[in-house]
Write a protein that binds this ligand. Structure first.
Ligand code: UT7
Length: 326
């Protein structure tokens, strides 16, 4: 029997229309367009409206991915949803998205920092390659704007809201060809959302002290991100039997333009081979890679048969990379 591969049959993204520019932020915190642009590459980000939740963004992107795949919701066997900003602690956002799609199917959330997208795609791949499911919907969605401290200039300028979805299907043609997942939980304190869980349940103290918000030691995170994004990429390439030069596009997590450039340098690839759209959306965590891929497809940059490397790093720490033939 020939090998079963997981292949991307459809992809789509949704970002809320409201834009928050660096100049808008200059009126909220002590910052400048120049600092944000030079240190991160971000010019603006999208902000969900008050009645839009993570599952709404995810649902809208899922409809687009289904359309791109030429499928209906009932064709989907399994939903894997990646998010760090769930609508609620439970039920899982994946279940809420399934309900919006009118789909009664197995559904759950993967929570693994920004690389939750790589982890979710790997879960989907494993179920497809094992022959258990044929069509898997991977939804990546975040509403980070409700999880930042808008008085903390070191974090609030970085994040944005958005979603992207992938329909993965079983195929005799590759497909996902190599991957690498890794993590180091001992470094978790460098990037965290401290309160609202069992350790620090919501209280007057946690609210007053902005404990319900992203906390990050940026410089440290930056250092690890550069090192592990490159390492994961090289490992995934090795497992694919490909070299960096065989890759048509690197689509990296969009946390910082300088991290992307440093990763490309470590891979020995020109910066132009990385698709970068951080200027328009900021860091949308799990959604950055899918928004980029979907945008590339719309622009005609992503073509069937191309070799693509996706790679991410984030809270956990977790990191990972996948090489696929589109
Ligand atoms: O997606 C998950 C993974 N996340 C990441 O990978 C993010 C990794 N980290 C980064 O991208 C960068 O560390 C940041 C963009 C967050 C910060 O850039 P940096 O070059 O590492 O700046 P820094 O934290 O070392 O701060 C430099 C200076 C500080 O002032 P002093 O101490 O030198 O006087 C900060 O207080 O810049 C100051 N600063 C700001 N100034 C204007 C920090 N934030 C701002 C701001 N506007 N928004």
């Amino acid at each position: 029997m020939s090998r079963i591969y997981a292949r991307i049959a459809g992809i789509g993204h949704y970002v809320p229309p409201a834009r928050l520019t660096n100049h808008d932020l200059e009126r909220i915190v002590e910052t400048s367009d120049q600092w944000i642009t030079e240190r991160s590459g971000i010019k603006e980000r999208r902000i969900a409206s008050i009645d839009e939740n993570t599952s709404d963004l995810g649902y809208k992107s899922a409809l687009k991915a289904l359309e791109d795949a030429g499928m209906k919701a009932e064709d989907i066997d399994f939903i894997v949803s990646a998010t760090n900003t769930p609508d609620m602690i439970f039920p899982a956002t994946g279940c809420l998205e399934a309900a919006k799609l009118g789909l009664k199917a197995p559904c759950f959330d993967v929570q693994a920092g920004c690389p939750g997208v790589i982890y979710a795609l790997e879960v989907a791949r494993a179920f497809i390659e094992s022959g258990i499911y044929r069509n898997v919907l991977v939804i990546t969605s975040e509403v980070l704007s409700r999880f930042v401290n808008w008085k903390d200039r070191t974090t609030c300028v970085l994040f944005g809201d958005g979603a992207a979805s992938y329909v993965l299907t079983a195929s005799s043609e590759p497909g996902f060809i190599g991957s690498c997942l890794s993590g180091d939980g001992s470094l978790g304190d460098l990037l965290k959302f401290p309160a609202g869980g069992v350790r620090e349940p919501a209280s007057e103290y946690t609210v007053k002290n902005h404990r319900h918000a992203v906390f990050m030691q940026g410089r440290e995170v930056f250092r690890y991100a550069v090192s592990y994004m490159a390492k994961a990429s090289l490992k995934a390439l090795e497992r694919s039997g490909l070299s960096p030069q065989d890759i048509d596009w690197v689509v990296p997590h969009q946390a910082n333009k300088r991290i992307i450039d440093a990763t490309m340098d470590k891979l020995g690839l020109p910066h132009e081979k990385a698709y970068v759209n951080i200027d328009k959306y900021g860091n949308t965590s799990v959604a950055t890679i899918g928004i980029a891929l979907s945008e590339m497809k719309e622009k005609g940059l992503l073509k069937r048969g191309q070799n693509v490397l996706i790679v991410s790093f984030g809270a956990g720490f977790t990191w990972g990379a996948i090489v696929f033939r589109y």
